[in-house]
Design a protein around this ligand. Structure first.
Ligand SMILES: NC(=O)c1ccc[n+]([C@@H]2O[C@H](COP(=O)([O-])OP(=O)(O)OC[C@H]3O[C@@H](n4cnc5c(N)ncnc54)[C@H](OP(=O)(O)O)[C@@H]3O)[C@@H](O)[C@H]2O)c1
Length: 418
């Protein structure tokens, strides 16, 4: 007996993802999803699809009673929010890839889903082809998620791979990423960490029930990294990656941030190169699990959009279990991080604000230190992003019981052991 819902789709956007979806839908006739209309911005652009499919009038899709699914894959977050909220209010289910829009409007989107009882799915917005949201929702539907650590931005990972492993300079690597369709039209979004923190915002909701705006999460991109940092990384046999991390603390809160991090060769994330993304989830009984796949690109992203469309046939909705069915977690601010900081001039570094220093290298042209610093110091100040200063987290950077460790260190110092 056929119980699946018939899907008639209105698609917004026919760029990298939209055209990819068009191709993928044609190759998946078994889905029985009919693409009725595509809304684009520029009517003069040449398209690889019949002209009769296209319109620039969004209402032809949003107010067509036959269209029951809106797929929104445009590159304008404000217009995307308008499209998605109107579609939900008009009783349509929605699939979106617009991470910036989702991150910036998450509370309103949560409210709209409850109010309209419609489904809003956005798997492709997180790690493109990796099904991380649905796994966090369905498989890790419990309170035992110790940590989630991920490379969520294919573009910066591509640039770091080309720079640190293949010797390209930053500009060459960025242009290559853009040419291959791995970078957003505005590279600042990728390079300065905005894209990664946007994704981390809603992944935190699915992992821990945390609803925060992106600007409340500690983050930076790769724009401050220096050639000297890669020399230090190589000396330590580490790689440098832009890592998004969330870790449950003993006090039940969650430390979360998106920052460059040294990654050891035996870390699963060291395996993630070029435009690929990777997610390492550590849970109570299963220990570590590693998800790996393409984090950008036309067909890989379209495949996740397709999977969301397919899930709508059986009325799948995110239940936001960690938010509505468990006690949501809070973001921690009272935690410490072990950091590497390289700099041109010590005058720019407030070294008395470190809890303690573990390494100090002043003789080379580019100086650096390794020390432990309060999370709140980084959250509230910008010195670590200015004046050519570069901050990279060390592997396993989260330090909880700092007072106890300080006392132990002091007693060892007094005993003359260190
Ligand atoms: N590319 C990736 O690998 C990837 C991966 C995951 C998520 N995403 C997300 O997916 C979305 C689309 O990305 P993309 O790479 O496909 O972008 P893109 O190649 O720049 O294409 C954007 C499309 O949106 C259309 N558009 C813009 N404003 C519109 C409006 N107001 N109404 C109707 N159409 C409008 C454009 O129309 P014209 O063609 O007429 O200019 C174009 O077809 C973005 O939110 C992006 O963050 C992308």
């Amino acid at each position: 007996m056929e119980t699946h819902k018939e899907l008639t789709i209105g698609l917004f956007g026919f760029g990298v993802v939209g055209e990819g979806l068009y191709k993928v839908l044609q190759l998946t006739p078994s889905l029985k999803a009919r693409l009725k209309k595509v809304c684009i911005k520029n009517p003069l652009k040449k398209r690889n699809a019949p002209a009769s499919l296209f319109t620039t009038n969004k209402d032809e899709l949003l107010y067509d009673p036959e269209i029951n699914v809106i797929v929104e894959v445009i590159d304008d977050a404000d217009a995307a929010f308008h499209i998605v909220s109107t579609a939900l209010q008009n009783g349509k289910d929605v699939v979106s890839a617009s991470k910036k829009m989702i991150a910036e409007h998450l509370p309103a989107l949560l409210h709209l889903q409850q109010q309209t009882d419609r489904s809003l799915l956005y798997e492709s917005a997180a790690c493109a082809s990796i099904p991380v949201i649905r796994n966090l929702e369905e498989y890790y539907d419990n309170d035992l998620l110790h940590s989630i650590k991920a490379i969520v931005n294919g573009s910066t990972n591509f640039i770091l791979t080309k720079m640190f492993e293949e010797g390209l300079d930053f500009k060459q690597a960025l242009i290559m990423a853009q040419q291959l369709g791995f970078a957003e039209s505005n590279p600042k979004l990728d390079v300065e960490g905005y894209d990664a923190v946007n994704k981390w915002t809603f992944l935190l909701t699915h992992a821990y029930g945390i609803v925060e705006s992106p600007e409340n999460i500690l983050f930076n991109g790769i724009q401050n990294l220096q050639a000297g940092d890669s020399i230090v990384a190589k000396e330590k046999s580490h790689q440098i990656k832009l890592v998004a991390q969330a870790q449950k603390l003993q006090n039940g809160k969650v430390a979360a941030f998106v920052l460059p991090q040294f990654v050891k060769p035996n870390d699963h994330l060291a395996f993630v190169k070029n435009e690929y993304n990777g997610v390492v989830i550590e849970s109570g009984f299963a220990d570590k699990q590693f998800f790996y796949g393409k984090g950008a690109g036309s067909l890989p992203t379209a495949s996740a959009v397709l999977s969301d469309i397919s899930a709508l046939r059986y009325q799948y909705k995110y239940e936001y279990k960690k938010l509505y069915h468990h006690r949501p977690h809070e973001l921690a601010t009272d935690v410490f991080l072990r950091v590497y900081v390289s700099f041109d001039d010590l005058a720019y570094i407030p070294k008395d604000r470190f809890e303690w220093l573990e390494e100090w290298h002043a003789q080379e042209e580019r100086k650096y230190l390794v020390g432990v610093i309060a999370f709140s110091e980084l959250k509230e100040n910008n010195w670590w992003k200015e004046n050519n200063t570069s901050l990279i987290l060390t592997p396993d950077p989260v330090i909880e019981d700092v007072e106890l460790r300080k006392l132990k260190k002091k007693s060892l110092e007094l005993a003359g052991i260190i």
